[in-house]
Design a protein around this ligand. Sequence first.
Ligand code: ACO
Length: 429
Amino acid sequence: MTEKVAKLTLGDQTFDFPVLQGSVGPDVIDIRSLYAKTGLFTYDPGFTSTAACDSSITYIDGDKGELLYRGYPIDQLAEKSSYTEVCYLLLYGELPTKAQLAEFDDLVTRHTMVHEQMHYFFRGFRRDAHPMAVMTGVVGAMAAFYHDSTDITDPQQREIASIRMIAKMPTIAAMAYKYSVGQPFVYPRNDLDYASNFLHMCFSVPAEQYEVSPEIARAMDLIFTLHADHEQNASTSTVRLSGSSDANPFACIAAGVACLWGPAHGGANEAALNMLRQIGTVERIPEFIARAKDKNDPFRLMGFGHRVYKNYDPRAKVMQETAKKVLDILGVENNPTLQVAKELERIALEDEYFVDRKLYPNVDFYSGIILNAIGFPTSMFTVLFAVARTVGWIAQWKEMIADPQKKIGRPRQLYNGSPAREYQSIDAR
Ligand code: ACO
């Protein structure tokens, strides 16, 4: 096979750059030698055309609406797999055997407790602190509690840090919730699976155990699975950039949590649910559709559109079905928010504005309805996303650390400030 080459012509000079092929997806032009050869940088704010790394973990085809974890389509994993099996797959590259999964589950289960001193750390926060502010602080503080797994050059320590974070994130998230509602922290239970244990830690109180319904636990597990990884999104890129300086893994994941907090990223499901409630009834949908199309109105349909998906987000399909199931189980038939969501989706998908711009529901459109029905306040939605995404962040961080080509991330810039000038003493200004 002849190697493809991209030619760049600058004035009367032409430069060749190799074109690299991945296993699937668009080829990339390798411009690593661009500056050395030409003295130029590329300009790509938002990295809309830039591949920042090699990766073999997750693949998205935005035009087809396809999402693969290690090659497996998300809808198959959602239907047949479980969150911890997906964690194993993302971390180690292959689906586990029965014995491997049992061993992995046991390992994760036996790391769910947090250092008892962490309770005092939580108590330093104001009661009304946003749980994401608490998460950012506490996840970063894990480096202080577990400094025996911060040496990133030791593969064994990297492994222990990874298991610790996957196992302890639900405990920390549940503690953030309990603290915000003024209830005592609930310790994990080793007889429960990952999702059931999380629901137990959130909703049990010492006076009364929460009866974990298997169907609700399955819906929680599904939400975790659907959010487990999403290739080089903003928070994952933040984790990679932080890790590129050899920062410890807990600090890197804390950086990912901080980035995820933004309403354009992890905060969108909260915004989508608020919007559906604001619309309130099916009759008011046309008014909001008109506002979304009006360029003089800043209103946008939250949970609609995606930077990468220009087709139906495959996760949204699973979410829609799950929302219906969860509401049925909880006996919330004819839920007005779900009715508004489905009708809004139907109208938008027939509307020329949304069709032309390839705007489809994304994962956030239905997830808020499910989480709310389970009993989570909106302030916890992004926290749940952070719990689920931790494995993706870790898998990507581990991949980067083990890559012999790893370099510290250091983007360049198009400078528009003042050229060099002489310092003027304060009296002369
Ligand atoms: N409602 C109305 N119009 C929209 C919407 C929307 N939700 N999304 C995009 N558009 C329009 C834009 O106004 C623009 O129209 P124009 O071409 O006439 O100017 C066109 O569609 C393209 O939009 P961009 O913002 O350029 O597309 P981009 O890919 O940069 O944005 C984004 C993607 C930020 C997700 C956008 O669709 C949006 O704001 N959606 C609502 C917020 C949301 O749901 N975010 C969650 C993302 S998923 C996640 O993080 C897990």
